[in-house]
Write a protein that binds this ligand. Sequence first.
Ligand SMILES: Nc1ncnc2c1ncn2[C@@H]1O[C@H](COP(=O)(O)OP(=O)(O)OP(=O)(O)O)[C@@H](O)[C@H]1O
Ligand SMILES: [Mg+2]
Length: 218
Amino acid sequence: MNRFITFEGGEGSGKSTQIRLAAQLLRENGIPAILTSEPSGTAIGRKIGAILFDRSHDSMCAETEVLLFFAARAQHVREVISPALAEDKVVLCDRFADATFAYQGSGRRLDMRMLSVLNDYSAQSLKPALTLLFDLPVEAGLARARRRDEKLENPALADRFEREEIDFHNRVREGYLRLSREDPDRFRLIDASGDVETVRKRVSEHLLRFLNRPAQAG
Ligand SMILES: Nc1ncnc2c1ncn2[C@@H]1O[C@H](COP(=O)(O)OP(=O)(O)OP(=O)(O)O)[C@@H](O)[C@H]1O
Ligand SMILES: [Mg+2]
């Protein structure tokens, strides 16, 4: 059974916070799982990510950007995700193909059919069984991300995407919502606007239901 679960959503919507709590929930329930992320789920992907997110790379064209994400995905699927699924582990993945359709398709307006073909090639046509979409007004997510980045030792680590204009982020949000409407069996829309604990409860309910576990108290 494919138990590949992706966490998607715009900047600062709480994906990385919640995926860590989700990994803890699975551990507490004795469910074998791995936590991984794109593009940094492999050593090669981390090097690709350093090129992608570098703030000085203002001149990177959208085609270069998307091909680098696909390169990281090809490595990630073959080296990490597929082997873990083959061992019957749950794979929790922070961003995956939907991010490409939302950011490079809707955000950068690249051709969706082309992205779909390249994505199937990169991901060996692997699809998540469940996708949690964290939805939040763009301004709120960016404000959270900015507060997070202020605490970084090296502010240059705050990534290139956070610097995009608000229209870009609104296109990304709409793109994600369209994807979720097109595939309602796979997507669960999570209202990401509550505090961490409120959102955690929403996520836990969806995960435990998907994994056929009784919901936990608290
Ligand atoms: N529900 C919440 N309410 C308030 N702040 C939150 C909430 N969830 C996460 N945060 C904080 O907001 C910031 C962004 O959260 P997080 O890094 O989890 O988002 P993300 O979706 O992974 O962002 P990115 O798209 O940049 O990777 C962090 O500083 C985090 O501590
Ligand atoms: Mg994150």
